[in-house]
Design a binder for this molecule. Structure first.
Ligand SMILES: Cc1cc2nc3c(=O)[nH]c(=O)nc-3n(C[C@H](O)[C@H](O)[C@H](O)COP(=O)(O)OP(=O)(O)OC[C@H]3O[C@@H](n4cnc5c(N)ncnc54)[C@H](O)[C@@H]3O)c2cc1C
Length: 382
């Protein structure tokens, strides 16, 4: 290719795609270079669960709120289906109810609500009554957040790429690995390219092109197990569903002082779940199947061997929470993302021409547009 681009993006995951979108919004010419012939990384293996509530207070929550707006807009423009809206968190422990109520008092709790068991008769006001599809017998209350929604990532990410190419003038170069970057000269497996600026969005490929710039970052890899299950014909989720150990895990809730008692109780009651980092997220696809997860195993490398015991723990939780009779696993897969205890995401400013953008937590589908916005708002004005 002879053309010199304003910006070259390495990686066509959601972080690369969000950078392409935000860069075009600012009038830059953009080329995305991806080593595979489509995105096959975390961005298509996730739940497609675009979340705001539960994101860590501060930058991550702010980026999620912004990203949700962009996603909604792009979903319309790119004909990406929004499959369901809102999240229900089943509180089975009184300690979880305390976290939910404390959350409502923060700015992040705006428009969310807690429905105590005594008020379950009011649940029929919702478009899909959660009492019909969830087993509420052992619950003390439900936390509801209206902010979340779901897309089918394995379809949505290719649709987004196509939209960016056809309607926003982003060029894509697939099946091409970026091998080295020297100033504006980029060597790839298909020849040389040239761009004024480069942003590497490597996802979990930490040993490749981004490695020289990340050695001081304390990053691990987190491997997750996921399942797709077929349940009773006509079964309908009321929205995304989570169990109350999510309130002890997601930092927007877990960092509240009220979460200490919940964490203590979960450590006693669910040691097997804690060991594998399991909590329940359930979302639904257009064909009625449910995408269910997840577990979190941390290490220096991707754990390629999925454990049946972990899958069974996830499925046990699912059976407890949903009003279902049939349950057949139709797909299993793992996914991996970089993880840091210190931050959810970061921009490594290597030089005035080169940056690396990494989401180092399981939040990239929900925050990537906000991360890209922050990156350009600062980069293009310095
Ligand atoms: C199982 C699972 C469930 C999740 N659920 C959710 C969720 O519901 N909600 C949420 O917000 N987040 C979720 N996440 C997190 C989210 O999916 C990730 O944070 C996000 O997808 C990361 O996007 P990315 O673009 O950085 O990485 P990726 O999607 O992995 O993309 C990186 C791309 O860079 C390419 N690349 C790397 N090096 C090169 C090179 N040298 N040359 C060319 N190309 C290169 C790779 O091939 C890859 O396609 C989940 C993650 C997993 C694994």
């Amino acid at each position: 290719m002879e053309k010199k681009y304003d910006l070259l993006i390495v990686g066509a995951g959601i972080v690369g795609m969000a950078h392409a979108y935000e860069a075009r919004q600012r009038g830059l010419s953009v080329l995305v270079v991806e080593q595979n012939d489509r995105c096959v990384g975390a961005s298509i293996r996730n739940f497609g669960f675009i979340t705001v509530s539960g994101q860590r207070a501060g930058d991550t929550w702010r980026r999620a709120a912004y990203s949700a707006q962009v996603w909604k807009n792009l979903a319309q423009l790119a004909s990406i289906k929004v499959l369901h809206q809102g999240t229900w968190i089943l509180c089975e422990r009184p300690e979880a109810a305390e976290v939910a109520k404390a959350f409502l008092k923060t700015e992040m709790g705006k428009d969310c609500q807690y429905v105590a068991k005594a008020d379950y008769s009011k649940l029929d006001q919702f478009e899909v009554n959660p009492a019909l599809s969830l087993n509420l017998e052992n619950s003390v209350g439900l936390l509801y957040s209206p902010h979340e929604f779901r897309v089918e990532s394995r379809e949505a990410i290719p649709q987004l790429a196509q939209y960016l190419e056809k309607k926003r003038g982003v060029d894509f170069c697939w099946n091409t690995a970026v091998l080295s970057i020297e100033g504006s000269q980029i060597k790839t497996s298909q020849g040389h390219l040239s761009a004024d600026k480069v942003v590497i969005c490597p996802g979990a490929s930490l040993t490749g092109i981004a490695k020289p710039y990340l050695h001081h970052r304390p990053l691990k890899l987190c491997t997750l197990q996921m399942l797709r299950v077929k349940v009773d014909e006509g079964y309908r989720l009321p929205g995304s569903v989570m169990t109350d150990n999510s309130l002890a895990r997601y930092l927007g809730w877990a960092n509240l002082p009220e979460a200490a008692a919940l964490k203590e109780r979960i450590a006693k009651e669910m040691p097997d779940y804690l060991k594998e980092g399991i909590h329940l997220i359930v979302v639904q696809s257009e064909d009625g199947t449910l995408v269910v997860g997840d577990s979190h195993r941390y290490g220096a490398y991707e754990d390629v061997f999925a454990s049946e015991k972990t899958d069974q723990l996830i499925l046990d939780l699912l059976r407890q929470v949903l009003n279902i009779k049939a349950l057949n696993v139709v797909e299993r897969w793992t996914g991996v993302y970089p993880s840091s205890d210190a931050y959810d995401a970061f921009i490594e400013k290597v030089s005035p021409q080169l940056r690396v953008a990494v989401v180092s937590s399981g939040t990239g589908a929900s925050t990537a547009f906000g991360l890209a916005k922050d990156n350009f708002d600062e980069w293009l004005t310095t």
